[in-house]
Design a protein around this ligand. Structure first.
Ligand code: ATP
Ligand code: SF4
Length: 320
């Protein structure tokens, strides 16, 4: 039985404007995050995972724009909020952790300055109360208050990522978007950071969107999985549905491309590359790489259909 939906998108579309033309980075994306659960968003590089995360919190690069659809949170369409209203929502309701915290931390500001700035910008508390909150936030990510004085370059990669998580969760948001939060870390630190995100999820009843190119990692950590390909959400469901009974040929191939220590010779990489999204292929965007391609796949764009309770797939094979 699925829980309550915390946030959902309806036919979401995003475009990036570049000299060569228009990048169709997201099209007709119907995605959802269930409350207090972890949803993994997977797919190869360039499939639109980060764009989806950034669109939800409305921090797209300057050449990016939400061109269609809605993002519904607490009955409100985030797409229609003013920048001022969005500033209040960011951090307070929805937090974001990026792959490389060096890009989100200011090298000239100490950990304390970062935390105090975030707290005082959003809520009316005294400096002392804010400092107490900052210390608690650091301790909740397993860091000592001694680090408040440190500057980003004085921290290890793992510490920096913990500080970024403390910053994203200090105001106890309802949703945390974590975009490849462990890619730059070694395997041991990676596990610790993911364990930390799961602990915070339980403590704060957080809804987590974990963006990762690693479907094995999502299989291990997520309650729900969304699979993206070339700007489309092609499969979505509970982790057991998507991992044990994948219905989209792309999901099936992604799973076959996971290295298995016991059976390394069985690893199959997916032939070909994701398309250029300035000129995506007509019909199903996966057709140039799909082993089951039919004539109709070149002409018709598959729509998401429900193939099992809460399990959705966009493939023309499934509607026959
Ligand atoms: P990665 O794992 O490499 O970050 P991703 O799945 O998160 O990949 P996005 O970064 O969302 O994918 O990119 C989706 C598409 O949008 C890609 O074709 C990418 O080249 C393009 N894109 C992303 N950012 C920009 C930008 N600022 N300007 C132009 N195109 C962009
Ligand atoms: Fe393959 Fe056709 Fe399904 Fe696309 S719609 S994934 S090309 S079978």
């Amino acid at each position: 039985m699925d829980g309550e939906v915390a946030l959902y998108t309806e036919d979401l579309g995003v475009r990036y404007y570049i000299q060569r033309g228009v990048v169709k980075a997201l099209d007709d994306v119907n995605f959802r995050l269930y409350k207090a659960s972890l949803t993994g968003v997977v797919g190869e590089s360039g499939c639109g995972k980060s764009t989806l995360g950034r669109a939800i919190i409305r921090v797209l690069p300057p050449n990016g724009e939400i061109t269609s659809g809605r993002i519904i949170y607490n009955g409100v369409n985030i797409v229609e909020l003013s920048e001022e209203e969005m500033r209040k929502l960011r951090g307070r309701e929805i937090g974001l952790v990026m792959q490389d915290p060096m890009t989100s931390l200011d090298p000239l500001m100490s950990v304390k300055d970062h935390l105090l700035e975030t707290i005082l910008e959003h809520i009316e508390v005294s400096r002392d109360e804010a400092l107490k909150m900052a210390e608690e936030a650091l301790s909740s990510v397993g860091l000592s208050r001694e680090l408040l004085k440190s500057y980003p370059h004085q921290l290890s990669g793992g510490q920096r990522q913990r500080v970024a998580i403390a910053l994203a969760t200090v105001l106890k948001p309802k949703i945390l978007i974590a975009d490849e939060p462990t890619t730059a870390l070694d395997v041991i630190v990676q596990k610790k950071v993911l364990d930390l995100i799961e602990d915070l999820m339980r403590e704060l009843s957080l809804t987590v969107m974990l963006i990762t190119h690693d479907i094995a990692l999502a299989a291990e950590r997520a309650d729900y999985i969304g699979v993206m390909y070339a700007g489309h959400l092609v499969e979505y469901g509970r982790v057991d549905q998507v991992i044990e009974d994948p219905q989209h040929p792309y999901t099936q191939l992604l799973l076959k491309s996971v290295p298995d220590i016991e059976n390394i010779s069985m690893v199959q990489s997916i032939p070909g590359l994701p398309p250029d999204l300035v000129n995506p292929p007509p019909g199903c965007r996966f057709h140039p790489r799909c082993p089951y391609k039919m004539d109709i796949c070149i002409r018709e764009e598959p729509k998401m259909i429900e193939v099992g309770e809460g399990h959705y797939v966009a493939c023309l094979l499934r509607r026959r």
